[in-house]
Ligand binder design. Structure first.
Ligand SMILES: Cc1ncc(COP(=O)(O)O)c(C=O)c1O
Length: 418
């Protein structure tokens, strides 16, 4: 593969994707195993459905079309595909066995590497998915406090206590969870008020930062102080922000120490691994809890975790994703201005969020049209949150900016402009 996507053959073909989709529709409820990868999340008919392979930040679909990928496996492939050091780590781990009957040294080594990166962390428990880790943090907080209610901010995973208001979850569970938004500064007082008023019953505030704006540190400091005062556990869901806003995540970026926090995605650069991490005073309470998974000590992911953390530490990875993200934001906003488009790029530079309209519903139309136009020009994007990885290059970002300009021009011509 070259550095830039090979231009699609004309006409651009998605034949194989379409064939596979027809098979998947009959096979997989909802067509795929991650909601966020369903065709309707993109631009159906004008967006690939199945990818075949990747190298660095470039991916190739099953029809042989290439793209610069800003979806990055929903934020997990922080170092792109096929990083030589990560491949070597996997190869070595495969040789020694994928899963053993007793713990391995890797559990200790990867854990030590992780607590070294996260401010104040001393202990760690590994899991497989983000929802495993956030659910373990709910269990830990309830056990520590003897209280039952939780306050969740942002998406924390698909399990019952987070998705209490979706079909299939028993209604009584809803009484135990309060989900609050943090999209606007005006949402902040309600969070503080809820914690202040319900403190006697609240075990945990589980906070995942909004991606549409940069939250004010003063709010986080006030929330931290309030939780300390009322004995409520404050946990950061760093599943997206970890190893991105700063090496030690949002907590390091803001200088706020949660009681414990959850990491996944970039934790093992795309391998399935998650963790709950924190100081001994909070984490030790997890020892007697019924929190366990067969695959917690799976060696491939732990080996990649150890290597990936070493790469984050020893290279300019964090600075680089900030710099390239800034280049992306400034470039896309500049071409949007030139075309008179409302498109803006908001949030944190390593997590650029596209926004045609602040209302999610109204953003969907132009967002989808933009996704289709960009895909036709060799760029894969989500219509909202995207990711810059350590594998992206400056020419690839410049390619995306040029594609954005051409896409907005095409949208104007097609009447799908915003
Ligand atoms: C902030 C956040 N928390 C938790 C999760 C759940 O992680 P998983 O899908 O691995 O269970 C996600 C998934 O995207 C997430 O973005």
């Amino acid at each position: 593969m070259t550095h830039l996507p090979k231009l699609h053959s004309q006409p651009w073909s998605l034949t194989r994707s379409t064939e596979l989709l027809q098979r998947a529709v009959d096979l997989v409820p909802g067509t795929t195993h991650s909601l966020m990868k369903r065709p309707e999340q993109f631009c159906p008919g004008r967006f690939p459905v199945f990818l075949a392979r990747g190298r660095g930040a470039l991916v190739e679909d099953v029809d042989g079309n290439e793209y610069v990928d800003f979806i990055c496996g929903l934020g997990a492939t922080s170092l792109g595909h096929g990083h030589p050091e990560l491949r070597a780590a996997v190869a070595e781990a495969v040789e020694s066995g994928v899963l053993h009957s007793l713990p391995t040294e890797l559990e200790v080594r990867a854990g030590e590497a992780l607590v070294e990166l996260v401010p104040g962390a001393e202990m760690v428990r590994f899991f497989k998915t983000g929802a495993d880790a956030t659910s373990a943090s709910v269990r830990l907080a309830r056990a520590r406090t003897g209280r039952s209610r939780i306050v969740t901010i942002g998406y924390n995973g698909w399990h019952d206590h987070f998705m209490f208001d979706t079909p299939g979850v028993p209604e009584p569970l809803g009484a135990l969870t309060t989900r609050l938004p943090l999209f606007q500064p005006s949402d902040e007082p309600r969070i503080l008020e809820t914690v202040r008023e319900g403190a006697d019953e609240i075990a945990l505030v589980l906070l995942s930062l909004p991606y549409n704006r940069r939250v004010d540190r003063a709010f986080l400091a006030e929330l931290r102080a309030l939780c300390t005062e009322t004995g409520v556990c404050l946990a950061f869901d760093e599943i997206v922000t970890g190893f991105r806003l700063a090496l030690g995540g949002a907590q390091q970026h803001f200088g706020i120490e949660p009681d414990f926090s959850c990491f996944s995605k970039a934790l093992a650069a795309g391998m399935p691994l998650s963790a709950v991490v924190g100081p001994r005073r909070t984490m030790a309470a997890m020892a007697p809890l019924q929190v366990s998974t067969t695959f917690g000590g799976e060696t491939l992911s732990l080996a990649v975790c150890e290597r990936a953390l070493a790469i984050y530490r020893s290279t300019d990875y964090v600075d680089r994703i900030h710099q390239l993200g800034r280049l992306f934001r400034e470039g896309v906003e500049s071409v949007a201005r030139d075309h008179g488009s409302a498109l803006s790029v908001v949030g944190y530079d390593p997590l650029p969020m596209l926004l045609f309209h602040p209302d999610r519903e109204k953003n969907a139309g132009p967002g989808e049209a933009f996704q289709g136009e960009m895909a036709a020009r060799g760029v894969l994007l989500r219509r909202d949150l995207n990711f810059i990885s350590g594998a992206h290059t400056r020419p690839q970002i410049e390619h995306a900016i040029e594609a954005a300009s051409d896409s907005l021009r095409a949208m104007k011509a097609a009447g799908t402009f915003a």
